[in-house]
Design a protein around this ligand. Structure first.
Ligand code: PRT
Ligand code: MG
Length: 227
């Protein structure tokens, strides 16, 4: 069989690439993209309790971490490359990770929402959210003064008990908002999962990182064409 030139790869010793994956909903969509790039975990990460997994590609291992911890692993060199949501990345103080690829998965919107048909009761509205930086930036751009209250989950509850007038939270189908008598008001940010790269790894492991980015980009394109 004649191999296409683009798939022929020279046998050279390559540095190990460590890839930090977001567990949870993003993971399910990440695995098919990795598989299309020739990277299949030795064990099913959805079932395995191991947090470091080898793969079918000898040069690549996977870390299974929470989405909000992926930037720290990649920034501080625990991983060379990572996958996490734009919502998570937008909350980082320093944007020093390279973000070479939109994976087109984990799609949703960061939205402002409030109680159906109810205006804010306060002159300076209160906004409850896990996404403090994005929320501040959104209202600053509108020139509107608000009080931002940081919550870590179940944001939908805050307007129902008067803790806040509005929330800023992720919305996919809108079912969670509707089930709690809330309505979407405005989009703060379109969200999807991104590939991020440690700047030092980008230089020292350039060939391996570039190949991973290229293989994943091709997989994203094929998936897009199928959708
Ligand atoms: O660390 P953290 O607790 O945030 O994450 P987790 O371990 O719970 O991870 P997980 O699996 O919830 O994934 C979080 C990441 O998935 C986010 O950072 C986004 O990038 C991405 N994502 C995509 C979403 C959604 N879609 C989504 N719909 N994360 C959360 N949701 C929530 C939403 O907030 C709502 O409460 O899902 C609920 C259902 O949404 P509706 O509109 O379909 O009802
Ligand atoms: Mg969650």
């Amino acid at each position: 069989m004649i191999e296409a030139a683009s798939t022929r790869r020279p046998f050279v010793a390559e540095p190990m690439l460590t890839v930090a994956l977001s567990k949870g909903r993003i993971l399910t969509e990440t695995l098919p993209l990795l598989a299309a790039a020739g990277i299949v975990p030795d064990e099913d990460p959805a079932v395995s309790r191991r947090l470091i997994l080898g793969t079918s590609s000898p040069g690549v291992r996977l870390l299974i971490v929470g989405p909000t911890d992926v930037p720290a692993y990649v920034l501080h060199g625990g991983a060379d490359v990572g996958v996490t949501g734009k919502d998570v990345l937008a909350e980082q103080e320093q944007a020093i990770l390279y973000e070479p690829l939109d994976l087109g998965i984990g799609r949703c919107r960061l939205m402002l929402a409030g109680r159906e048909g109810l205006e804010p009761s306060r002159a300076q509205p209160r906004v409850a959210t896990k996404y403090v930086a994005s929320t501040r930036a959104f209202f600053a751009a509108r020139g509107q003064q608000v009080d931002v209250i940081k919550l870590y989950g179940s944001m939908e509850l805050a307007p129902l008990v008067g803790l806040a007038d509005w929330i800023v939270d992720l919305v996919d189908t809108g079912n969670t908002l509707r089930a709690n008598g809330l309505a979407p008001l405005e989009t703060v940010m379109e969200v999807s999962a991104r590939l991020v790269v440690n700047p030092a790894s980008w230089k020292t492991k350039h060939a391996a990182v570039r190949r991973l980015v290229a293989d994943l980009a091709a997989a994203v394109e094929r998936q897009g064409a199928r959708a």
